[in-house]
Design a protein around this ligand. Structure first.
Ligand code: PXL
Length: 269
């Protein structure tokens, strides 16, 4: 045993049984960053190989989630937290109340609304509650373009100017730092992310990695941010680390079966 401090982080997220996204991605990423990860599990996504890898979701009862939050927050304590798939408006309300009750710091909101394999926006009531209750409580919010449009009330976010507009609106709604992930979705040779801190717009660009499997990339991105904030890094240092990590995990991404692939969480080793 040694007495070095171990930084701790919590994810409130669903399980992706296939291992690439959700709390599996979160825990693997936190481990790679040297941070002790804990989970309050919200739902279980199971993929069906007999039906073209279709996704089934089983939701965990709210009191069971409350019990997990008590274990982690009353029993242990955390340096940072993130959210992933939150299946209902009631659960989003519980997350908001929990952030307030424990005065949680380094709160990263990954507003997971769409997921490959599950076409529709998850549950409209949950999406609406994220907009109304979690944007304002976020130290960092990490929407993709679709999520940024929904949360900022814009019809579409499809270029850098619209990303800036959406980020400004989310800042007005109370989020401290906004990171909009365009990733590969904009035309051109570069993947672009935008960080807005209420003053400056900072874009980070990296050459697009073609042919990569990016299932789990969103969860991995927000988990990496959470872990680095837990260690006490600034948002800018956190962004640098996260960009490096994302480049490595995407470049190392691999096929897991005929339907899907995953990013390689251990790519930096
Ligand atoms: O990538 C979004 C996501 C989040 N959480 C869980 C998932 C997925 C997509 O598969 O299964 C549990």
């Amino acid at each position: 045993m040694n007495n070095k401090p171990m930084y701790k982080a919590m994810t409130i997220a669903g399980s992706d049984t296939s291992g690439g996204a959700g709390m599996e991605a979160d825990l693997k990423t936190m481990e790679e960053m040297g941070v002790y990860g804990m989970v309050a599990l919200t739902c279980i996504v199971a993929q069906n190989p007999a039906n073209n890898w279709s996704h089934d979701i089983s939701v965990i009862d709210l009191p069971v989630i409350q019990g997990q939050l008590r274990t982690i927050l009353d029993g242990i304590g955390i340096d940072a937290m993130k959210t992933g798939m939150l299946g209902s408006g009631e659960l989003v309300q519980l997350v908001a109340d929990t952030i307030d009750h424990y005065h949680l710091k380094n709160v990263v909101i990954d507003p997971v609304m769409v997921c490959k394999g599950i076409d529709a926006i998850m549950v409209p009531a949950a999406a609406k509650a994220i907009k109304e209750l979690l944007v304002q409580r976020a130290d960092v919010i990490t929407p993709n373009l679709l999520e940024a449009a929904y949360l900022s009330g814009m019809t579409a976010v499809g270029n850098l100017d619209e990303m800036k507009e959406a980020a400004a609106r989310l800042h007005d709604r109370g989020a401290k730092y906004i990171i909009i992930k365009a990733g590969n979705r904009l035309p051109g040779d570069n993947a672009i992310d935008l960080l807005y801190d209420g003053k400056d717009y900072i874009t980070s660009t990296a050459p697009k990695i073609t042919g990569a499997f990016n299932n789990g990339a969103g969860c991995t991105f927000s988990a990496c941010i959470t872990a680095n904030l837990a260690k006490g890094l600034s948002i800018k240092e956190t962004m640098v680390r996260t960009r490096e990590y994302m480049h490595a995990v995407l470049e190392g991404s691999f096929r897991i079966n005929k339907w899907a692939g995953a990013v390689k969480h251990c790519a930096l080793r």
